[in-house]
Write a protein that binds this ligand. Structure first.
Ligand code: CMC
Length: 431
């Protein structure tokens, strides 16, 4: 027996049954509820999509109350401990873990495509050295579209595959080139003998050594952080990728839209904001006063709270342990002590407890990135490298979903009713 929601429209006195499937009613079914013949029916009003499912997805599962995150059914804790980032990238896209043959071919394809067109170096050189790296990354990824015009053929599986491989392979190279540009250092080409993460660290840090090997603790940390950030269902940047991609633009342009969304301080930019906040606090003794100021409305405790997690973000638990490993390798740091004190006080404070505000993934990541000597403004770029895999899996799922069309929300118009034009300018209007 299917489930229904009985609704009675007091405007007209009519009753309707709306089918409930997977715990949702279809907003389109509300169109049956018209107040006057010929109107468009009832709209659902949901600013910020607080309670609207915009797609059916088989990629990532989150239970925000229980603090659960799974990619394709696999718990994030197990993937972070046992899988490689490229295994996870394959899993997100294809739905199953790769066989050895599939994995070897995928790793080969990715390493084969890590180089970028030489003109992209000229493109990056046009930026000021102090331009924000997310702004450079967004522009450079959008520019990739101009190098691969055939990528517009998004319904050709061969073109789609090569675009996805190119993006996963080239985003770390572009990111590392941006880092070198910021520092005024020569670009380092990929070393395809190295793993995905270590190759990235090599392009960032290599100087004159014939073979670069990074600190193994850093290689492991970057691999785990990439896995943790690889996907997070319908967040702001993924919705941007799906929304822009729904116009059937090429994937480079759609991913550039995701990077733009990720740049914002309420999304990927939060890890940068956390570190700035910790440095502003400056001393463990000042933490209680800072918390009181946040409660008084002076700002937010960055790295705390999440739209979906109403308990401890499972990624934050893994990152906190990782932070200890990294600091054991590079030496303890007073900023980590400030972070621990912030967490301790906030988790015992009714303001945060009653609003279910817990540390999110960004609370400790910035500390790790800084210990690895990345500049603060670069943190979100690291997030973007990882999330590229998730954006592309979500983009392809959206394209192949027969129910999806161009994304086009409705609005409730609250502006002026019709009125005649009356000139308010006193000078020439310029035409
Ligand atoms: N510090 C202090 N108060 C907070 C915080 C915070 N970090 N987050 C939410 N609140 C309060 C907020 O003021 C509101 O209080 P009240 O009910 O008295 O008005 C209540 O909690 C609910 O907040 P909201 O803004 O309605 O919650 P939201 O779901 O719209 O926001 C959020 C989610 C992540 C944007 C928000 O918690 C926030 O701004 N956190 C800080 C930024 C941050 O760490 N962002 C990273 C998110 S995780 C990585 C990612 O997915 O990109």
């Amino acid at each position: 027996m299917p489930d229904f929601l009985d609704v009675k429209d007091s405007r007209t006195g009519t009753s309707r049954q709306l089918a409930i499937t997977d715990g949702a009613i279809r907003a389109a079914d509300l169109q049956q509820l018209s107040a006057t013949p010929g109107d468009h029916g009832l709209l659902s009003y949901d600013p910020a999509f607080m309670n609207t499912a915009a797609c059916r997805s088989a990629i990532t599962f989150i239970d925000g109350d229980k603090g659960i995150l799974r990619y394709r059914g696999y718990p994030i804790e197990q993937l972070a401990e046992k899988a490689s980032f490229l295994e996870v990238a394959w899993l997100l896209r294809h739905g199953e873990l790769p066989s050895q043959t599939q994995y070897d071919a995928f790793v080969h394809d990715i390493t084969y495509h890590t180089y970028v067109h030489e003109n992209l170096k000229t493109f990056l050189s046009g930026f000021r050295y102090d331009a924000h790296p997310m702004s450079m990354l967004c522009s450079a990824v959008a520019a990739l579209s101009s190098f691969y015009p055939e990528s517009k053929d998004i319904f050709d599986p061969v073109e789609r595959n090569i675009s996805i491989v190119r993006l996963v392979a080239k985003v770390p190279t572009i990111a590392a080139f941006i880092y070198r540009h910021m520092k005024g250092l020569p670009f380092v080409y990929p070393d395809n003998d190295l793993s995905y993460g270590e190759n990235f660290l090599s392009m960032v840090a290599r100087m004159s050594e014939p073979k670069y090997r990074s600190n193994p603790v850093f290689t492991r940390a970057i691999e785990i952080l990439f896995i943790l950030h690889a996907d997070h269902e319908q967040n702001c940047s993924t919705s941007a990728v799906r929304g822009v991609g729904s116009s059937h633009v090429d994937p480079y342009s759609a991913v550039a839209a995701g990077i733009a969304a990720l740049y914002g301080p309420l999304h990927g930019g939060a890890n940068e904001a956390v570190l700035r906040m910790i440095q502003e606090i400056g001393d463990k003794a000042r933490v209680p006063a800072f918390i009181e100021a946040v409660k008084g409305g002076s700002g937010r405790l960055m790295g705390f709270g999440h739209r979906v997690y109403k308990s401890y973000d499972p990624r934050a638990k893994i990152v906190k342990r990782l932070a200890y490993d990294v600091f054991e390798s590079v030496g303890m740091d007073k900023d980590l002590e400030i972070a621990l004190e912030l967490e301790r006080i906030a988790l015992a404070d009714d303001y945060f407890v009653s609003r279910k505000l817990y540390p999110n993934v960004d609370f400790y990541t910035g500390l790790i990135y800084r210990a690895m000597k990345f500049p603060t403004s670069f943190f979100t770029v690291l997030f973007a490298i990882a999330r590229t895999a998730g954006w592309l899996a979500q983009w392809e799922e959206m394209l192949l979903d027969k129910e999806q069309k161009i994304s086009r929300p409705r609005q409730i118009y609250i502006g002026s009713p019709e009125r005649p034009y009356q000139r308010t300018l006193t000078g020439p209007a310029g035409r």
